[in-house]
Design a binder for this molecule. Structure first.
Ligand SMILES: C[S@@+](CC[C@H](N)C(=O)[O-])C[C@H]1O[C@@H](n2cnc3c(N)ncnc32)[C@H](O)[C@@H]1O
Length: 227
């Protein structure tokens, strides 16, 4: 990558971080209370992680760390890590870890999913499970974020994704209202996510499992790299 491309990428990342901070500055305090009613499918993802004992688990775009705290309870032998581009969300996440006495179980850091290698804490480079929960619908270059996440997986590791689907088995009026409402928060359900992963399977030999949930309200995927 040229120096100019590097500078442009850094600027885009800073702009996106500022946008996310603006979106979440006031929202982070009420986030967990309100989102539990409409970020559906997160607990199914956590249950499906099934990390081997002592595994390292990373959440990309961890927000308030709600999922990490839950995963720490469900998988007591896992080491947990999370990063987010929003300092406002990380502030709320740190508070949450202190309140739930999970500070020693979960490591948080600041980073951009489009360029995660820059953010990794020293000595930690790979993970047995990585997950993205309702985060790709907010990441401009979400395809890069998926590709980058795959480079951080240990052999035999898995990438788990849950995000808004296309509400394909719900009334179309509901779908269009939902999408208009989500757009107010800079959320754009990724209609191409399934076809992108099918294409990636062809290109990289990964195996992607597609699990639509709640009549397509949310889509869940498990991506396993080729052995
Ligand atoms: C809707 S919230 C989901 C938070 C959490 N994953 C959950 O399921 O509750 C989306 C999160 O993605 C983060 N995010 C957006 N773009 C990001 C990026 N490029 N890199 C890392 N995090 C990002 C936002 O700051 C926000 O915390």
């Amino acid at each position: 990558m040229s120096l100019m491309e590097d500078i442009l990428r850094k600027r885009q990342s800073e702009r996106h971080a500022k946008l996310m901070d603006r979106v979440y500055r006031s929202q982070s305090r009420i986030y967990d209370l309100t989102r539990k009613y409409y970020l559906l499918g997160r607990d199914e993802l956590i249950a499906a992680l099934a990390p081997p004992p002592g595994a390292r688990v990373l959440e990309i775009g961890c927000g308030t760390a709600r999922n990490l705290v839950q995963a720490a309870k469900v998988w007591p032998e896992a080491e947990l890590y999370g990063f987010d581009i929003s300092s406002e969300m990380l502030k709320a996440a740190r508070k949450n870890l202190a309140q739930s006495r999970m500070k020693d179980r979960i490591t948080l850091f600041h980073g951009d999913a489009e360029n995660p290698a820059l953010a990794m804490p020293l000595k930690i480079r790979t993970f047995d499970r990585i997950f993205l929960s309702f985060c790709l619908s907010m990441i401009p270059d979400w395809q890069s974020a998926i590709r980058e996440a795959l480079t951080l997986l240990e052999p035999g590791g898995e990438l788990h994704i849950v995000d808004f689907g296309q509400a394909e088995r719900l009334p179309s009026a509901f779908r269009s209202l939902l999408q208009q409402w989500l757009a107010l928060f800079h959320v754009e359900p990724r209609e191409q996510m399934h076809s992108f992963l099918v294409e990636l399977d062809r290109e990289m030999g990964t195996h992607s499992e597609f699990i639509p949930q709640y009549r397509g309200y949310s889509w869940r995927f498990v991506v396993r790299p080729a052995p």
